[in-house]
Design a protein around this ligand. Structure first.
Ligand code: 5AD
Length: 365
């Protein structure tokens, strides 16, 4: 397509390009695929009207695949020690102000007991890359959880490990693993992470996790410093190629004790827009309305659901440590995000026509 012709097509009859971008949403809905140029055009071309159009389609797909069910995961923040020094993250090694903690196995088990009685059937063990939390120790914890709660799924979110370590955790009974790729653009990856961390290794970990048999989740922050529409187009292409069972995205939120303290936060509407696009690209994906989304908007979780999300991850961590697991500023940690407020979460989901499900909420094969 020549430049002139493409410009004519991009510019719709009202000069805004709205018509053509609507056609791109239709194409994504029908084929689950767009070219790089099409991704960029769509990602750049968000408007409130197009967003409403996208969200309607995303909800239709989500309801076709999963009905009105909202899957819940109980998040247990096991440790905020981390050997890494990512520029965006509040639990980075270099943050001297972080109050470090590590839960004991018994504490984790009692979080699960509490969660089970509330109706949770998935427990997510998340933590920094804490060398003291050895693979053998984590494997023991997984075995204890699986023994006590055989009808529950265990999800891990513990960062980059060797293939042998991932295999050991899988053999211990872990079902799922979340490892956000953070950005699929290698240069951008280098702006978010210090030397020694690489996109290539991150991607290799994700492929290993999938090959081992984990239901695997990748994802990224929306509006992280240096992110461009080109970066996001690469994220979409990478996600499509990996074809993960889960994708976690949320807005970047600056944390005051990090090098990115003065950077701008990611935009709420853009995060919703990307949730909708991901739903159309991967119709069956398990897609959370994340805590970060709930942090930047009082109705974040509801609006996330209405944009195509189908998972929420309330916090099951002991109350005393929630304020210490501060990846970013103003993290919600007393209201509806908390597992104790499951009733109000149920109410708020009911109010938008959805229903919190009791069950593992596995990926539909
Ligand atoms: N803002 C938003 N999300 C963040 N994460 C880490 N730091 C921040 C921040 N400042 C996300 C990363 C990580 C996940 C556990 O939390 O994407 O993978």
């Amino acid at each position: 397509m020549g430049k002139q012709e493409s410009e004519k097509t991009v510019t719709g009859s009202d000069g805004s390009g709205r018509y053509e971008r609507k056609a791109l949403i239709d194409k994504l809905y029908e084929t689950q695929e767009l070219s790089r140029e099409e991704w960029i055009r769509l990602i750049e071309g968000r408007t409130p009207e197009l967003s409403q159009y996208l969200f309607e389609k995303a909800r239709a797909v989500r309801e076709r695949e999963y009905g009105k069910a909202v899957y819940i995961r109980g998040l247990i923040e096991c440790s905020n020690y981390c050997r890494n020094n990512c520029y965006y993250c509040g639990i980075r090694r270099g943050n001297q102000n972080a109050q470090r903690y590590r839960l004991t196995a018994d504490e984790i088990l009692s979080c699960c007991e509490n969660g089970y009685s509330l109706g949770f059937r998935t427990f997510v063990l998340q933590g920094g890359e804490d060398p003291a939390m050895t693979d053998g120790w984590v494997a023991d914890v997984i075995r204890r959880i699986k023994k006590e709660f055989p009808d529950c799924a265990v999800t891990l979110s513990l960062g980059e490990k060797s293939e042998a370590a991932y295999q050991c955790l899988f053999d211990a009974g872990a079902d799922r693993y979340l490892l956000r790729h953070e950005t699929a653009d290698a240069d951008h990856y280098g702006k978010l992470h210090p030397d020694g961390l690489s996109l290539a290794h991150r991607m290799e970990c994700l492929r290993t996790l999938k090959r081992i048999g984990f239901q695997t989740g990748c994802g990224f922050m929306v509006g992280s410093p240096g992110q461009t529409p080109e970066c996001l187009a690469k994220d979409m292409a990478f996600i499509r190629e990996l074809n993960p069972q889960m994708v976690g995205i949320g807005p970047f939120i600056p944390q005051h004790d990090t090098p990115f303290r003065d950077e701008r936060a990611g935009a709420f509407e853009e995060t919703l827009w990307l949730l909708g696009l991901i739903r159309l690209m991967l119709p069956r994906v398990l897609l959370p309305a994340t805590t970060a989304l709930g942090t930047i908007h009082p109705k974040g979780r509801e609006l996330g659901m209405l944009a195509g999300a189908n998972v929420v991850m309330p916090n099951l961590s002991p109350l005393g440590v929630r304020k210490k697991y501060l990846l970013y500023d103003n993290k919600i940690c007393t209201g509806d995000e908390a597992a104790e407020s499951l009733n109000s979460l149920k109410e708020s989901m009911k109010a938008i026509g959805y229903e919190v499900a009791v069950g593992r909420g596995d990926y539909r094969l």
